[in-house]
Design a protein around this ligand. Structure first.
Ligand code: PEP
Ligand code: CO
Length: 447
């Protein structure tokens, strides 16, 4: 049996419709939805299958410890952030962190943005109270608006989502081709706020070492500034809205690819083995990831391996654990063992954000820098102990100077959250906190 017939025998881009689909918006006018998704299906793909396969091969190498993945971006992108400054700042922070990490890990870093399509959110409740009035929950700009009067799901927003994703990625590609990657060079970093803190002495030598290494490579001629400036950048989002994802699914070569992003992930709330999301993801050729909380059973992990990577393809499947700092030691070893027991390739990344969200007295969602770092340290330690590989890290972060997470060298506290709290969903590390996190992880990787 050929690989195609074997893989596709009972799968097609619509076979998910036979399964229960959680977290899908309900549209008042189904005809309107059909028109919108048909329009998207007829528009050109956003990415190309060759790039998707290249990422899969790089993730396979990361799973063997030959590369390291930096996966990050907003919890939810907003259409209003589709502007040159904000996109440039997001690219800049990811590039700058990647230089720090690759220097420490002595491995190339795979840069994967939560960007150019991260417009959908699962919500724990269908409704929320605003000013004493119950309104449908905000599900991301591709579904409804943040203003209470805009909460009815509107299919035209899906088409807007497609165009915002293409505009974002187009600008990223032009910046990279046009030499923007030069901004990943340390002399273009903007570390003033960290330099003013007591922690700077600890980080100064990291920055100086990176500068020395780059100067050495340049003068030696082994790596010239042109090749330092050439970079790869990949996109990803949570594959949540299955009508949207189906519309971006194209047949290419011997299979189907979701060409709306290079990598898609299944969220913690939609990873039910019998659900529509797992069914849809099973058949696409992209590299895929699954978020795993401490609610998972080791058996879930084994079943996901068998269902989502039946051909045992390296790079195809990644588990992103988001266990919470107090659960890592108890749960992670069992998950790793369950995956290994199937004999199926799976890479492991750590998302130290989603298991460490807390609410302040005034009701703000936040995360403590120390908890985020500690989950990473513990996760790295467990992988090392059981001879597994931590292939990468996953952050909610931004290149802007927001005040959403507490702590770090810049020492934001609860009252600072009111200064510049922007996110429509989860709290992100800001520029200084993200750079500092890269410095701290680099110590971990070097050891
Ligand atoms: C997210 O990544 O924003 C998210 C909702 O994560 P999780 O599915 O892990 O809760
Ligand atoms: Co989030």
């Amino acid at each position: 049996m050929s690989e195609k017939s074997n893989r596709d025998i009972d799968w097609n881009p619509s076979s998910w419709r036979t399964r229960p689909a959680a977290h899908q918006p309900v549209y008042a006018d189904p005809e309107h939805l059909t028109v919108a998704v048909s329009r998207i299906a007829g528009l050109p793909p956003i990415v190309f299958p060759g790039e998707v396969e290249k990422l899969k091969a790089e993730i396979a190498e990361a799973g063997q410890g030959k590369r390291f993945i930096l996966h990050g971006g907003d919890c939810v992108e907003r259409f209003m952030d589709c502007n040159p400054e904000t996109i440039a700042n997001k690219l800049k922070i990811l590039l700058q962190m990647s230089v720090v990490l690759s220097h420490a890990a002595r491995r190339p870093v795979v840069r994967l943005g939560r960007i150019a399509g991260q417009f959908f959110k699962p919500r724990s409740s269908e409704v929320e109270l605003i000013g004493g009035r119950e309104v449908p929950s905000y599900r991301g700009d591709t579904v409804n608006g943040i203003e209470p009067a805009e909460r009815e799901p509107d299919p035209d927003r899906l088409v807007d989502g497609y165009f915002h994703a293409t505009a974002t990625l187009n600008y990223i590609r032009s910046m990279i081709d046009g030499g923007f990657a030069d901004l990943h060079q340390p002399y273009n970093w903007n570390l003033d706020s960290i330099e003013r803190t007591a922690k700077w002495e600890e980080y100064r030598s990291i920055v100086e070492n990176i500068l020395d290494a780059i100067h050495f490579m340049e003068s030696f001629g082994g790596v010239n500034s042109e090749s330092l400036g050439r970079i790869d950048f990949y996109t990803s989002h949570e594959g949540l809205h299955l009508e949207f994802e189906s519309a971006l699914t194209h047949e290419a070569g011997s299979g189907h690819y979701n060409l709306g992003a290079h990598l898609l992930w299944i969220g913690e709330r939609t990873r039910d083995l019998d659900g529509a999301h797992v069914e849809y993801f099973r058949g696409i050729r992209n590299p895929i990831a699954v978020k795993i909380s401490n609610n998972a059973n080791p058996g879930d992990i084994a079943n996901l391996c068998r269902t989502l990577n039946p051909h045992n393809e390296p790079g195809r499947l990644t588990f992103i654990t988001r266990l919470g700092v107090s659960s890592v030691e108890d749960t992670l070893p069992g998950y790793i063992e369950a995956a290994a027991g199937t004999g199926i390739h799976a890479a492991w990344m750590c998302d130290p954000m989603h298991g460490n969200t807390v609410s302040t007295g005034s009701g703000r969602k936040t995360r403590k820098f120390g908890d985020v770092l500690e989950e990473l340290v513990l996760t790295h330690r467990v992988h090392t102990r059981v001879e597994s590989v931590l292939a990468g890290v996953h952050f909610e972060l931004t290149g802007e100077d927001v005040t959403e997470c507490i702590g770090g060298a810049v020492n934001l506290d609860e009252t600072d959250l009111e200064l510049n709290y922007q996110t429509y969903c989860d709290p992100r590390l800001n520029y200084a906190q993200s750079m500092e996190m890269a410095f701290l992880i680099s110590g971990l990787l070097r050891d």
